[in-house]
Write a protein that binds this ligand. Structure first.
Ligand SMILES: Cc1cc2nc3c(=O)[nH]c(=O)nc-3n(C[C@H](O)[C@H](O)[C@H](O)COP(=O)(O)OP(=O)(O)OC[C@H]3O[C@@H](n4cnc5c(N)ncnc54)[C@H](O)[C@@H]3O)c2cc1C
Ligand code: SF4
Ligand code: SF4
Length: 379
């Protein structure tokens, strides 16, 4: 339920999201108009806009969101599961191409699916994330499989990929795919619902959303200061978060892996992430995360768990299988239940933090307290 200001333009966005510390830096409010830009891990307002309503406010994943309307309008509601969202199937996959696997974060499923979508003409370009050794990622437009391989691997600071989508959609590209964290997939879903029919929108150019599972992201400044002084002469190749029992973040360097205890890392998590209820990017065509295997993390890190959510996602996975581009293995017993549990735990924690923040169990700030799924979890 929305209370306080009824302003649904830049003023409302500043009051309810930016000043409230709820901004995820998804990028949805950027590159729509001349007044907002992205700078060093945050959107900034270059100038004041006094419109009563705007796309920035309407698309932001941290303004009031009617999740049920999104589920009903964008997905097959009969396939909806409260724990994992729209659900056609859960698979374990990895790229068949060993070069893709070597470049990728885990099994290289994301890079493989995007490359296939490009080759098949399902998309003309994909928005992915790039960072040039500064840990500060930005969205970039990839048009070839080799562009994708160069931008593989996870950047654990949010990359404002939706801002790059907004820009790319104005540039003549007609069919765009986006790699999105759950907050970004939510912003794109809000755009798809076209809440401001009177305003121009390029959202019809969005043809594919590959979501990444996301437990949390790190604040850029805090990550930089965390790593400062720890790495010596080692140059960093990437980061990873192994399963929770390891209780650590891995820093991959040219000389091997350095582990940092999560006790040291968790204070650097972006504060807005504590209000995030979505682990598995529920508003995507396909969602991809790391795997869990009985052989342990050393083997599991080379595979992905993949949730297929839409017809488009299902067709893409089936094509990757029939062309031999993705390898599949059976899902170990219990993986589905573990994923459901992890997802529900994140939802419960977010609800608890939102209630604590608002001071009322009836006020979930950006979420609808009457949402049927959230109500079930609130007990
Ligand atoms: C911030 C963050 C938190 C995550 N938390 C979890 C988690 O808790 N549990 C889990 O199972 N998995 C998590 N993941 C997903 C995981 O790290 C892998 O991205 C996923 O398993 C896909 O692996 P892959 O080998 O298929 O990816 P790749 O083939 O290497 O492709 C990864 C793609 O993601 C893009 N990308 C990288 N970073 C970002 C970013 N910040 N924003 C948008 N796009 C990006 C890359 O440009 C590339 O296109 C997280 C990812 C991120 C970015
Ligand atoms: S749209 Fe995204 S970047 Fe803009 S204020 Fe909202 S959360 Fe932040
Ligand atoms: S935890 Fe949620 S808010 Fe934070 S980056 Fe991931 S999807 Fe976005």
């Amino acid at each position: 339920m929305e209370i306080k200001s009824q302003h649904k333009g830049q003023k409302g966005l500043r009051e309810k999201v930016l000043d409230a510390g709820l901004c995820t830096n998804c990028g949805a409010c950027t590159n729509l108009c001349p007044y907002h830009t992205s700078y060093q891990d945050n959107p900034i307002l270059i100038d004041t806009c006094d419109r009563e309503e705007g796309r920035c406010y309407a698309f932001c994943p941290r303004t009031y969101t009617d999740l049920q309307a999104l589920r009903q309008n964008l997905f097959n509601i009969d396939e909806f599961t409260p724990e994992l969202g729209p659900f056609k199937g859960l698979y374990m996959t990895r790229a068949a191409d060993p070069q893709v696997r070597r470049s990728a974060q885990h099994g290289g499923t994301v890079t493989t699916l995007l490359a296939l979508a490009l080759q098949e003409g399902l998309i003309d370009a994909a928005v992915v994330a790039e960072e040039g050794g500064t840990f500060l990622p930005a969205g970039v437009v990839a048009k070839t499989p080799s562009d994708l391989v160069r931008r593989a691997r996870s950047k654990f600071v949010v990359s404002p990929n939706v801002a790059t989508f907004n820009q790319a959609a104005k540039s003549g590209l007609e069919k765009i795919g986006v790699v999105a964290t759950p907050c970004q997939a939510l912003a794109l879903a809000k755009m798809r619902l076209k809440p401001l029919p009177s305003k121009d929108s390029n959202i019809d150019k969005l043809h594919l959303v590959i979501g990444l599972f996301c437990g949390w992201a790190l604040s850029w400044r805090e990550l930089k200061s965390l790593l400062q002084g720890k790495m010596g002469k080692n140059s960093i190749v990437g980061l990873d978060i192994p399963p929770s029992k390891h209780h650590s973040m891995e820093v991959h360097t040219q000389n091997g892996i350095i582990e940092i205890s999560l006790d040291e890392v968790l204070p650097s998590v972006r504060k807005a992430c504590q209000y995030c209820y979505d682990l598995t990017a529920e508003f995507s065509d396909v969602s991809v995360g790391s795997a869990r295997l009985p052989e342990g993390w050393e083997v599991a890190r080379g595979w992905n768990q993949v949730i297929v959510r839409t017809q488009m996602g299902q067709e893409l996975i089936a094509l990757a299988r029939s062309r031999g581009l993705l390898e599949f293995r059976d899902l170990p017993e219990g993986n589905w239940e573990k994923l459901q549990k992890a997802s529900v735990n994140k939802k419960r924690a977010a609800i608890q933090n939102l209630v604590q923040r608002s001071g009322s169990s009836k006020d979930l700030l950006y979420l609808d307290g009457q949402d049927p799924v959230l109500r079930t979890l609130m007990g």
